[in-house]
Design a protein around this ligand. Structure first.
Ligand code: NAP
Length: 273
């Protein structure tokens, strides 16, 4: 069965729109874009359009690639102190002369809608409630919950250990009482681990999950998104051959991608004062 991220995302966005309207929520998201990376420009535009569609005010601050680290940090400090701004998002990747670790340390945890600040990451790591969970893993859990896929006690395998997907995904599955294994490029016998897992979340960026590795009860969540040699968008999983052999699977595109947007909008609609 296909886990339809697009449909679930639309439903979440519709519910959020109603909630924002009914409760007169005054959310105001500021997105900062440094430089002119074309992919980032598209992502930022989409975030702004989606936010506005559901009633979240959204402003994009476009900064030239020559912006210094200190200039960017000062802009974020000013936004932290602006009561009208409820969410701050700095689009990644940043130009190489700006250290993203310094940026995430400056954003106020109460406005850190990406959930990347040390306070939010630390709270998640020690089992506390962060102000915001990172959008992609939170979106994945929203999708699994929508299909009533149980997490308690299941063997979950997370492939990839990035700060934006793999690590928080593992923490969040652990918080939901799954038994979690994290695989990465040094992992031995990955095939065996995939075969025996109840849930596999793959966030790698190249084909790692093939047909002979899965079982008929597997739930496969494909986070990867990249272009194959023919320029076609694809994921980490060999979808055509794997999908008939498993219980649930997310497509690419139309799976985790739209859920990330819905989850980010859920975060952007949260207002802390
Ligand atoms: P990343 O920073 O690129 O890291 C990739 C991870 O995969 C690393 O932890 C790496 O291990 C691991 N890895 C590489 N080769 C491997 C192999 N053969 N076996 C097992 N693990 C391996 O990851 P990311 O930023 O999380 O992105 C991963 C993919 O998800 C990309 O395609 C990205 O575009 C996509 N993505 C999609 C969304 C969405 O909303 N759909 C959101 C975020 C990311 P090491 O740590 O040992 O190097």
């Amino acid at each position: 069965m296909i886990l339809d991220g697009k449909a679930v995302s639309n439903k979440i966005l519709e519910n959020l729109k109603n909630k924002i309207e009914e409760n007169n929520i005054k959310a105001n998201l500021v997105v900062i874009l440094v430089g002119d990376n074309p992919a980032s420009q598209v992502y930022v535009r989409n975030k702004k359009l989606t936010a506005e569609k559901i009633g979240i005010k959204s402003t994009v601050i476009e900064l030239p690639v020559t912006t210094t680290e200190e200039e960017l940090l000062n802009i974020i400090r000013a936004l932290n102190n602006d009561d009208k701004v409820t969410g701050i998002l700095v689009q990644l990747p940043l130009p190489t002369h700006i250290d993203k670790n310094k940026v995430v340390q400056v954003i106020s945890p109460k406005k850190d809608v990406d959930g990347f600040s040390p306070e939010n990451v630390g709270k998640l790591a020690i089992g506390l409630e962060p102000y915001y969970y990172p959008a992609t893993p939170q979106g994945i859990l929203m999708l699994l919950d929508e299909y009533n896929i149980p997490l308690e006690g299941v063997d979950a395998l997370v492939i990839g250990r990035s700060n934006i997907v793999g690590r928080p995904m593992a923490q969040m599955l652990l918080k939901r009482n799954a038994t979690v294994t994290i695989a990465h490029s040094y992992t031995k016998n990955l095939e065996e681990k995939i075969k025996t897992a109840d849930i596999v979340v793959s966030a790698v960026g190249h084909k790692v999950v093939r047909c002979k590795m899965v079982n008929k009860n597997s739930v496969i969540v494909d986070v990867g998104i990249f272009r194959d040699s023919n320029g076609k968008l694809t994921g980490d999983v060999d979808f055509a051959v794997v999908s008939p052999s498993v219980k649930y699977i997310t497509p690419v595109p139309g799976g985790v991608g739209p859920m990330t947007i819905a989850s980010l909008m859920y975060n952007a609609s949260k207002v802390y004062h």
